[in-house]
Design a binder for this molecule. Structure first.
Ligand code: CTP
Ligand code: CA
Length: 224
């Protein structure tokens, strides 16, 4: 078992965190979104601030109060999140906790899309978004630690370790989504962290509690 985090463990560190979903607009009244609540990223931001860090939180649309002592920047789309994250650098630690849309509509209609008479289907054309986490990890020389999340429904370790390597991360936190009472929209979460040469399992607990435990691991990996 880990010792509880000592207050001030991240004293003076600049910690940049992305959280929440992104919304990709189709027209003035519709968007493509996802079920991220933002709770995990917000809990990490709150916990990092309690540990003495200077925290910047880039947040997609969520229904959560700003944690005490945290500077929050609100965004909507993946493209806006990328701009805000890159503008907030440099940082000592980047934690990509946001559920960033992988695809966005090729074009946003300035007018409300109307049903087409006589057609029963609609095909949306989507294009890939930029991978913010991978971009931050290769660009930012000042970063001491880059942490990603991996939301997986199956083959968790295989996919999580693949992302750890492909995106040049120091640490990845995987959670199995789609299990009742776990992950997206829930107050609870279980996770497994992977790094080069190690792993640690975090049994299901409140996201606030998990955030404290993850920050302990982050502080350990900083020292490693
Ligand atoms: N991520 C990001 N920018 C994107 C997509 C993902 O910064 N455009 C980040 C997420 O914030 C997360 C990590 O990459 O920290 C992994 O996200 P995930 O959706 O699990 O993986 P992907 O690489 O997008 O692959 P896939 O969705 O196909 O599993
Ligand atoms: Ca994805």
């Amino acid at each position: 078992p880990q010792a509880p985090a000592k207050p001030g463990r991240l004293n003076g560190m600049r910690v940049l965190i992305s959280a929440g979903p992104t919304y990709e607009d189709l027209d003035p009244v519709r968007y493509v979104g996802n079920r991220s609540s933002g709770k995990m990223g917000y809990a990490l931001a709150a916990a990092a601030a309690r540990q003495g860090a200077q925290v910047v939180l880039v947040s997609g649309p969520v229904q959560l109060p700003t944690p005490a002592g945290v500077q929050r920047i609100d965004v909507r789309s993946a493209a806006q999140m990328r701009e805000a994250v890159l503008s907030a650098l440099p940082a000592d630690i980047y934690i990509g906790a946001a559920a960033v849309a992988d695809y966005t509509p090729r074009q946003v209609s300035p007018q409300k899309l109307k049903k087409t008479a006589g057609t029963q289907t609609l095909t949306l054309e989507l294009v890939r978004t930029a991978d913010i986490l991978a971009e931050v990890a290769v660009q930012e020389q000042a970063l001491k630690l880059v942490v990603g999340f991996a939301a997986e429904t199956h083959d968790v370790e295989k996919y999580a370790r693949g992302k750890l390597a492909d995106k040049h991360l120091d640490l990845i936190i995987a959670n199995q989504v789609g299990i009742a009472g776990n992950g997206f929209e829930s107050d609870q979460n279980a996770a497994i962290a992977y790094w080069d040469g190690g792993q640690r399992e975090f049994p299901g607990t409140a996201k606030t509690q998990l955030a404290e435990q993850l920050l302990d691991l982050i502080a350990e990996r900083l020292d490693a």
